[in-house]
Design a protein around this ligand. Sequence first.
Ligand code: PMP
Length: 360
Amino acid sequence: MARVYNFSAGPSMLPESVLKKAQSELLEYGSSGQSVMEMSHRSSVYDAIIRDVESSLRRVLAIPENYKVGFFQGGASTQFAMVPLNLMTTGKADYIVTGNFSKKAAEEAAKFGEARIVASSKDRNFTYIPDVKAIDYSKDASYLHICENNTIFGTRYAELPQVEGVPLVADMSSCILSRPTDVSKYGLLYFGVQKNVAPAGMAVAVVREDLLGRAAESVPTMLNYKTIIDADSMYNTPPCWCIYMMGLVLHYIEDEVGGLAQMEKRNNEKAALLYDYLDSQEFFTNPVEKKYRSVMNVTFTSPSPELDKKFCAQAEQAGLVNLKGHRLVGGMRASIYNAMPRAGVEKLVEFMREFERENG
Ligand code: PMP
């Protein structure tokens, strides 16, 4: 078996030890005589699993007592609608648009009220993050929404906007668990799990208690945060396997990596390998303003679309897969989430050097 280094933006690599653990428990979980995939979600065995996953997440992310956690289906995209449906009590919310997903979130919110775009980095094809201190925020916004790491454009906030009295809502799909997070700065944060947390199939929301229970009566039961959260994510059948896998990943972060500070150190070192190389030569270009470079998604282009194509094809032959950039950006994108080993990034940089020598 030859496992490749997979630079996919999501679903993406999972830690090998997690996959092996899942494999070892695939046919029989503990002494239950059954697989987690087959278990009743109402069984005591599964109940212990889901409770452990929530408490592990609370520990790893250091979630304060006054925040609730819920597991939701429909991916991060459903959260784009749930946020306004549950929080837009003034009929208005502020959105900062820094890429495709924050744009989609704003468009979804506009179906339910006024989604005011208070800043955007579209003028320079989303290669930077607007200065959060210079924005004219609405005083009567129900919340301010951001996408903290922009998966497609390879940018991330260097500083979080904080507006007195207006809860910050953040899509953290492509940066969650990559470094310590001060949860108390957010009213609500959410993430799709398929990058740093688990296989695809779920989103998680962490919601400050006082923001719950504000949804109108007409909001569908399953789209009300309170429904799922009040039922400890067991209102209906949850994505049982996905939740179990998330638990394995959380235990990996705690026990093997040593927590989020260590995770951040590893991630910063991996990203520095790539960015330092990119800064040392002129064949490949990274368009992002340095201050806002993502540690998770690194974009770059070669001198021509033809060479980009050749690069991706040859990289694949070398076991470096899914490097093609998003169609909105072109070129290449290396997603180097938590589970990407340092050796994978080293091999990529070595491959880039060689490609540059041969084609430069
Ligand atoms: N937000 C961000 C930052 C993303 O990267 C993605 C998916 N790549 C989404 C939202 C959409 O997630 P989902 O496919 O889970 O709906």
